[in-house]
Design a protein around this ligand. Structure first.
Ligand SMILES: C[S@@+](CC[C@H](N)C(=O)[O-])C[C@H]1O[C@@H](n2cnc3c(N)ncnc32)[C@H](O)[C@@H]1O
Length: 405
């Protein structure tokens, strides 16, 4: 199997679901009776064991490529007292998976797949078309990570009307680049609900993820319920239209919109000019002029930020300078949502980890205050991506919904 990972990541994406989330996960599914359950990428069985406890009479099929997972899942199923279980050690991305599993189709599936970039294989075209997702062949192969291919395999193995609960990464639910995938999914299946999970739901990663619950029947533009799993359980759902769901389906975004009370605007609507700084870290170290980087957001009054009054040396092509009237915001940082300031004095050359936001003078203070408010910070967290160090894309910043006080 060819997977490309950044260093330090588990090559099989073995970030197991916390057992308490497994219990909450199965409670999100509607089906009262299930006769056969499928779990692709079952790992040690956090989802399967919870499913076995809820649907005690069901026949359960688990599949995982990791030999080490087999013993754990057998032990978990034995302790749940569930005997109607078979486990297969196999590659879920194998186009012949239905033949390897054999037997009738499933009426329920649970899944927490690995989230990884995978190289395109010839068999994927067949998998997508037999899953009814042939439209996805038009999207670039890099937009089809392992979670989408797992989902396609589930659809090949699910009977019409089967209910599926799958844990997917935040990018699939909210990123602009995944819009074509969301559109294809909303046409192919009937998405019932999307539930945002708390960070820390998986061992070994802080990744943000969501559960999508859908039925294996064609989507007909129905509304989608979205909610949030928190310390007090699942929040009351908000209903969003199918076209809103194509744009994004995360509760973090829509929940915030309904909670706002002031005048809402986006930086795009007010024609903000957003520029990313230019200096790399090595250029910043060698630069003789005052430099502004993400470690510079330290002054007590972020609405009256004073940069150095030193004169800058001769302007060099491509250098991006911050000056009075500019709002500065960290572009890359673990705490970027807290790193905002409005410059009232001085100048500095910006590093490429900082955005400069220029808006008409009448808007400056409102925009800076809106970004610094609790809702603004929450919107920045929601719009930024990444585990650990977070990164904010310029297009997402332009579309961030802000609210005047
Ligand atoms: C994110 S873990 C989830 C495990 C378990 N379902 C849970 O929720 O705790 C993904 C699982 O997929 C398995 N996996 C990764 N790539 C696979 C592949 N190509 N075929 C089968 N299993 C795979 C890993 O071994 C791992 O157990």
């Amino acid at each position: 199997m060819h997977q490309e990972f950044g260093s330090g990541r588990d090559p099989l994406g073995r970030y197991y679901t916390d057992p308490s989330i497994g219990q909450a996960f199965v409670s999100l599914l509607d089906r009262r009776h299930a006769s056969s359950i499928l779990d692709l990428g079952s790992g040690g069985g956090s989802l399967t064991v919870a499913a076995a406890q809820r649907w005690t009479d069901a026949r359960i099929q688990t599949v995982d490529l990791d030999f080490g997972a087999e013993e754990n899942i057998r032990l978990g199923m034995a302790s749940a007292g569930h005997l109607a279980h078979s486990h297969l050690v196999a590659d879920v991305l194998d186009e012949n998976l239905p033949e390897l599993i054999g037997g009738p189709l499933f009426d329920l599936a649970v899944c927490n797949p690995p989230y990884a970039k995978i190289r395109w294989r010839d068999g994927f075209a067949r998998i997508l078309s037999e899953a009814g997702l042939a439209d996805l062949r038009a999207v670039p192969a890099e937009a089809l990570p392992s979670d989408i291919m797992f989902l396609a395999q589930i659809l090949r193995l699910a009977e019409p009307g089967a209910e599926v609960g799958i844990i997917v990464p935040d990018g699939l639910i909210s990123a602009r680049r995944s819009r074509a995938v969301r559109e294809a999914l909303l046409r192919r299946v009937r998405v019932m609900r999307v539930v945002q999970l708390p960070r820390g739901s998986f061992r070994g990663t802080e990744a943000q993820a969501h559960v999508i619950v859908f039925r294996n029947e064609l989507g007909r533009g129905e509304d989608v319920d979205i909610s949030n799993l928190g310390a007090n359980g699942v929040s009351s759902p908000l209903s969003i239209s199918s076209s809103a769901a194509e744009a994004r389906m995360d509760y973090g975004y829509y929940g915030l919109r309904t909670a706002t009370t002031g005048h809402r605007f986006t930086l795009r609507e007010i024609h903000a000019d957003i520029t990313r700084g230019s200096l790399s870290s090595s250029e910043a170290r060698e630069c003789c002029d005052p430099v502004f980087h993400t470690n510079g957001f330290v002054q007590a009054d972020p609405l009256a930020y004073r940069l150095s009054r030193e004169r800058l040396g001769q302007d060099r092509l491509g250098r991006r300078i911050a000056e009075p009237g500019d709002i500065l915001l960290a572009r890359v940082d673990r705490e970027l949502h807290r790193k905002v300031c409005l410059v009232i004095e001085g100048r500095a050359v910006m590093t490429d980890c900082v955005y400069r936001i220029r808006v008409p003078a009448m808007w400056r203070s409102s925009v800076a205050r809106a970004l610094m408010s609790a809702n603004g910070q929450a919107a920045l967290v929601c719009a930024s991506r990444g585990v650990g160090a977070r990164m904010l894309n310029k297009e997402d910043l332009l579309d961030l919904e802000l609210e005047t006080a």
